[in-house]
Design a protein around this ligand. Sequence first.
Ligand code: ZN
Length: 442
Amino acid sequence: MFIAVDDTDSREGMCTTFLATELIREFDDFDLLDYPRLVRLNPNVPWKTRGNGAIVITIGYGKRKNRKIGNLQGEVYIHEEDTEIPKKREFLERVKRKVEQWAELDNDNTNPGLIIADERPSERFYRKAVRDVVDFEMVQKELDRGSYLYKGYDDRRGLVGALSALAWRPGDFTYELLTYRKKDRWGKERELNEKDIINMDGALKKAFDNYDHEEKEQAIAPNSPCPVLYGVRGEDPDELKQALKMIDGEKPERWLIFLTNQATDDHIQEKKISEASPWTSAKIGGKVISEPRIIEGGHILFEMEDVTGKITAAAYEPTKGFREVVKKLISGDKIELWGGIRKDPKTLNIEKMRILGLEEKVEKVSNPECPDCGKRMSSMGTNAGYRCKRCRTKAKEKEAERKKIERGLEETCYEVPVSARRHLSKPLTRDNTCRSTSRRSS
Ligand SMILES: [Zn+2]
């Protein structure tokens, strides 16, 4: 039996993953049969709360403890399934009580949805919700058709996320170990030692995005007043547990490992410029057709085109040092960009960039020498060629002595720093298409 919940948090507090820990505790008369899942959905929808993540837990009767995945003031294990439990109406009451206890129901932007199901819906709900905008009608139709127990609050948008998370089949996936604070610490400053985080980042070989080496700042603890103390991301759930011993300071009250679609690029679709619609994310190949320009606020914009049209690409101020890379692009460079599409004006917000071909950049060193008398010739104006003042011999513009300018760029992949990365963005360290040529900056 699956329990899916979405949209219980707000910018001011709470975290839907904390609710997962509460639900596991609530249903301790059953066994956990799978990792709890944290499923991130389209980061570009305008009404998202914080990280646009929904959670799913799977319970039933197990026969044997398989592996330890958490401690919620009591050890949490995944069990091998023995028998299923069919959903019952009383379970809905139990989940509702927990949601109503913890969700930020007063917040206008928080619209929780919860679903209890015996089966997963079609994967198309997930694919649509991670890449695009899901029509509520489509979700309502499925809820009416299937044998779900469900409850939506306020505008019921949380039902879209809950159903879509339930529909996720992990193709590519990662894990996140999340730790939570004692309730009396919520909203207070987190006491973590940056050195521990740097050491942990170096020691855990399959973990990623835990420390921002470019901005020199930790990336595991949120800045919001939510119950999360820190979260460590990686590919090996057993290795992640080592972080608990390596990070000193404030002691978590509970911890739990989630299976997630974070760092998978599941939100990205390859598109032509004319097909890239607002509120989706795309990977687009094309040619740079304008010099990058800096606008107020420190954002960098340039234009790119493919055979179907052109689009503005942007590296916003929070992408920090990545902007220095973007600034070096020139007209004629061939690139691929990954990013979210904004509406009005249609802009691609760059998450990652691959340089496929660098245009040669040259600079004039000096005017040509006269082929007849050897004197340095004079310019006749911009692009108008040269003339020798002594013997009146003329020379074309291209005769001037030029030298190639070092571009300071390579034909490889570049990405925004950890601090500016989307939950769904696949970092270069785990991207096979870029791995061969990219270097991890540190
Ligand atoms: Zn001459």
